[in-house]
Design a protein around this ligand. Structure first.
Ligand SMILES: Nc1ncnc2c1ncn2[C@@H]1O[C@H](COP(=O)(O)OP(=O)(O)OP(=O)(O)O)[C@@H](O)[C@H]1O
Ligand SMILES: CC(C)(CO)[C@@H](O)C(=O)[O-]
Ligand code: BAL
Length: 367
């Protein structure tokens, strides 16, 4: 029997953390439990809660999928790396609204991290993730016609997307999209979902997935869910727990910069320089202000890129064709805190873990 553990063993540097779970209730849950009775499964301790089944093997999942197909049920897939937040739950809610069943996969995919990236420190909050999905499942179960929840982990051979996967995020994280495309192809093959749900926050990833589905003729509808944000505009992200108060405040610089560029487009500007200069200027000014502060007060950062790109190729644009629109995106790296202030909230990791923040604004063709 092929298991995700066996698949993952083909990747030498992966860690034994694969699992796949799916939350169900009502008559469907009994079906699920009957199909999966021979597999590792866990039931929530709360008596009245819907049963939670965790899939760790591919074969029982396939069996479940086959039965769902015969039963005319539809699967919406939400791939994640765990450390769930409201942005992830928003994807699940969208999936639940459009499918009878929802699979949520949780896998911190080693092959999308470079050796100098933050795989080791990536937040892993399995128990909390389960509780969040469980709570959401109960909430959804109270809504007429709403779907349900699930999750997995695993890895193997590689898919590369050139040049798309080498631009922007791919330029800074050279193995990133190879890892993402590969693991998503695996997840798609295992789960065979009708629909897959990705967040707009990782916009280049959505472009890569759309291309993957098109180039490999996958019968899957790719849905993009808007970015969930903090009240001040900061995009929710699992890595935000590392920011702490000081870097959290300054980290909004990227969103502010992109909004300034968006305003230029909305004001009728179409040239690259005209659109991007206020964004670069804002980032530069903020950086200078921070750098000039004393070490116990400042939050230093580096701008990786601020991009104005074509919505399908992600190639940089000199001029936006209003009929086609564009993607404004950026990445900044918040550097470690040099000196703590008194009783300061430094976040998980004591302010010493660099945090990469990304964000984007889609310039709509109709604007
Ligand atoms: N703020 C958000 N709004 C909407 N979708 C989001 C948000 N954050 C993440 N997602 C989506 O959730 C899915 C899983 O993402 P992932 O588990 O990597 O979380 P993340 O918050 O993006 O973590 P990271 O810190 O790695 O960026 C992706 O499709 C991602 O785009
Ligand atoms: C899509 C994904 C789950 C693939 O590992 C990951 O890149 C993510 O969480 O965005
Ligand atoms: N949400 C993107 C996953 C990553 O940064 O690795």
């Amino acid at each position: 029997m092929a298991s995700l553990r066996q698949l993952r063993v083909t990747v030498t540097f992966s860690r034994p953390i694969s699992s796949f779970f799916r939350v169900q209730r009502g008559p469907v849950a009994y079906n699920a439990r009957r199909f999966l009775s021979a597999t590792p499964a866990r039931r929530d301790s709360e008596n009245l809660a819907p049963p939670t089944t965790i899939f760790r093997d591919v074969e029982p999942l396939r069996e479940f999928r086959r039965a769902a197909l015969l039963d005319n049920r539809t699967i919406g897939l939400v791939p994640t790396m765990g450390a769930l937040h409201e942005g992830h739950l928003s994807l699940v809610r969208h999936a639940a609204a459009e499918n009878t069943d929802v699979f949520v996969t949780i896998y911190v995919n080693p092959t999308q991290f470079g050796l100098n990236e933050d795989l080791a420190s990536y937040p892993k909050t399995w128990e909390t993730d389960l509780r969040m999905l469980h709570a959401l499942d109960r909430e959804l179960a109270s809504v007429e016609g709403a779907g349900r929840t699930a999750a997995y982990q695993g890895v193997g051979s590689f898919i590369e997307m050139r040049p798309l996967g080498q631009l922007l995020e791919g330029a800074s994280r050279p193995v990133f999209f190879r890892g993402v495309a590969t693991v998503c192809m695996k997840l798609f093959n295992i789960c065979q979902p009708e629909r897959v749900y990705f967040g707009q926050k990782d916009i280049q990833q959505t472009v890569v997935i759309r291309r993957l589905v098109k180039d490999f003729h996958l019968p899957i509808d790719v849905k993009i869910v808007p970015t969930s944000r903090e009240p001040d505009g900061l995009a929710l992200s699992s890595r935000n727990v590392y920011l702490g108060a000081r870097r959290r405040t300054v980290g909004i610089v990227l969103n502010q910069a992109l909004r300034k560029a968006e305003a230029q487009y909305k004001a009728g500007k179409r040239g690259r320089g005209d659109i991007l200069w206020p964004a670069s200027d804002h980032a530069d000014q903020t950086k200078m202000t921070q750098d000039a502060l004393e070490p116990h007060r400042r939050a230093r950062f580096e701008v990786d890129y601020i991009s104005l790109a074509d919505p399908e190729t992600m190639e940089e644009l000199d001029e936006v064709d209003p009929a086609r629109g564009a993607i404004l995106s950026g990445a900044v790296k918040m550097l470690p805190i040099e000196e703590a202030g008194s009783s300061e909230d430094l976040g998980v990791g004591g302010g010493q873990i660099p945090v990469r923040l990304i964000d984007n604004v889609v310039l709509d063709p109709a604007s």
